[in-house]
Design a protein around this ligand. Structure first.
Ligand code: GLV
Length: 321
């Protein structure tokens, strides 16, 4: 019998995933690996064949270059791979995989939750109630806006963006989108394509960010672009924090140009710009887009599928590098 491959896992796995991982591999779990402690990884990865990496662990170029040569694959437990320096992995001959599709439904649900929560002032209303400040009902109490019948602009019409569009159609929203490439008609489903972000922003009563974080999308929603949104627009981000210029969005939320925002991801998370915390018109969640038992289990299984394929000399299905 061949010896089990050794994999380093950068944190907890869902129970069924952990069971399968331990059955097939010699697993080392790096307890406490996080946003700030990835430097421990090269040492911990000595004599390991692969790394199963969580999204909050940033494998920078320096860390990847310091990895032992035994590490041949990084299976990311996420669809986004912005936490990994892909060029450094490529240079070192390390394969990188991700977990597409399996988290699309859960993430689209959170996007809809954020849209509704921001539009209907759910966070503010709940805070008021918990403080004991709900004194009486009145006709102008906690009035917000409804998203039904409004124009939804989606930046990034991949699997998640299309799921958001599908759910939003059920709310009677008119779908517009910008994507690197226009989708074929069967995937567009009547959504209106805009060939620039600017053109999309101009018609987005509600804007949903669903694109990956890449050098091209970093701070894509900057001050100039925010100014192009219709006054009173709602901004929702379930993709990655650094796609949004926080200072610019906070200013727009303060002025009311952006009426409300729903955010699940933040630049520099888990630390977030304190400007958001002082605002009532933001609905904030701590990066829980894919956080359901079914989805997190499916993500872990997909990462293991990729490791299994790699170690059996097949090409992993979700190879990114
Ligand atoms: C989660 O944030 C992911 O990218 O999978």
């Amino acid at each position: 019998m061949t010896e089990k491959k050794r994999i380093l896992v950068t944190g907890a796995l869902m129970p069924a995933v952990g069971e399968r991982a331990r059955a097939c591999y010699n697993v080392t779990v790096l307890e406490g690996a996080s946003e700030s402690s990835a430097e421990a990884i090269p040492k911990a990865a000595q004599d390991h064949d692969g790394i199963l990496c969580h999204v909050n662990v940033h494998l920078t170029g320096d860390i990847i270059r310091a990895l032992p040569h035994s590490v041949k694959i990084i299976a990311n437990h996420a669809v986004g791979v912005d936490n990994i320096d892909l060029d450094a992995a490529r240079e070192k001959g390390i394969v990188v995989t991700n977990t597409p599709e399996v988290l699309s439904a859960a993430t689209a649900e959170i996007a809809i939750l954020l849209m509704l929560g921001a539009a209907r002032r759910a966070g503010e209303a709940e805070r008021l109630l918990r403080r004991g400040d709900w004194k009486s009902w009145s006709v102008d109490f906690m009035v917000g806006t409804e998203i039904s019948g409004r124009r939804l602009g989606i930046v990034g019409m991949g699997d998640i963006g299309r799921r958001v569009a599908k759910a939003a159609r059920g709310l009677d929203m008119e779908i517009h989108y910008h994507n690197r490439r226009r989708l074929p008609e069967d995937k567009e489903q009547g959504a209106v394509f805009h060939d620039t972000v600017e053109a999309l922003l101009e018609v987005s009563d509600v804007l949903s960010i669903n694109c990956p974080l890449t050098p091209a999308t970093r701070y894509l929603l900057n001050r100039e672009r925010i100014a192009r949104l219709p006054p009173g627009a709602i901004v929702v981000n379930t993709a990655r924090g650094p796609i949004v210029d926080d200072a610019a969005l906070i200013d727009a939320l303060r002025s009311g140009h952006v009426a409300a925002a729903g955010l699940d991801v933040f630049d520099g998370e888990p630390r977030i710009n304190p400007g958001y915390l002082a605002l009532e018109n933001v609905f904030l969640l701590p990066h829980i887009g894919s956080a359901t038992v079914r989805t997190r289990t499916a993500m872990g299984m997909r990462a293991l599928d990729n490791l299994d394929a790699f170690f059996s000399a097949a090409s992993p299905r979700d190879r990114v590098v």
